[in-house]
Design a protein around this ligand. Sequence first.
Ligand SMILES: [Mg+2]
Length: 332
Amino acid sequence: MNPFTNDPAARVTAIGEVGLIELIKAWLGPTTPKAPQGIGDDCAVLRPYPNGVLATTDGVVFGHHFDENATPEAAGEKLLKRNLSDIAAMGGSPRDALITLLLGPDVSLKFVEGFYRGLRACAEQNNICLAGGDITSTAPHFFAAYATLLGETTNPITRVGGQAGDSLWVTGTLGGSLLGHHLTFEPRISEGLFLSAYPGIKSLIDLTDGMAKDCHALFSPGIEAVFDISQIPISPAAYTQSQHTNKTPLEHAFCDGEDYELLFVLDSKADEVNLITQWKNAFKTPLNRIGWLSAISIPESPAELRRLDTGAPLPAWRGYEHLKNVIHTLQK
Ligand SMILES: [Mg+2]
């Protein structure tokens, strides 16, 4: 849906900030409790978290993270789900969120209402309290929203700690997200919680900018990754998309952004068979052992990603690099 309208009576400016906040409270229902726990005071007063606090922030911008082919509900859900994926990548559970809207004067109330319907549905599904936020006016023809999501964990799994010999695993399937997965994905919260408790999980990240780029966050200096290409879970959408691009399905799997899957490192001494058994008992989500970390084998070579079958460096594939990729995601 197009977020903008030419009808002055249907715009957010017809009711102003105070009126919009009242509507938002009504739209959110029980997902925003009475102030000061919910919307309505200078700050939200949150109940203390018994365990460690996780904090993340991420946004959606119209024309960049979604376009008019998306429903406002899907855009609202995507905002919270992007943040949920980061909480999953630390092995945490979500708790409270603050939502900031950046609205041009021509944004339609109908769009904002649908956006909040999506936020509410996702919040209800994940037990998130929408505790507050802010509304800022922008130039016309602009819609963006940011969420700050707080979560909790007893055992945060960071990106560091992988060593030569450790294995590399990924959830779900990869590539072709632009064909729909970037809106419909399920953040891997339960899977992240499972991994945070599984012995031998050393490091964990969610894949947002493409595995070819994101996996580097798991390497220490002197380490490279060897990928068993036959085990890379290429999504059906990556095959479909490759029919319309000059890229192979494998390149889509490595380089497309917005997979929102979990990539993790398992200690070389950990019980892999038990991991697979427990995983299959708990989840339908696919899990694949896609390679391992290795000490850099050819010091003069700059390659940090290699193929197992040939030993050759993977091509100079990159994921999505913010501030550098000129063509934005939805126009790729
Ligand atoms: Mg992340």
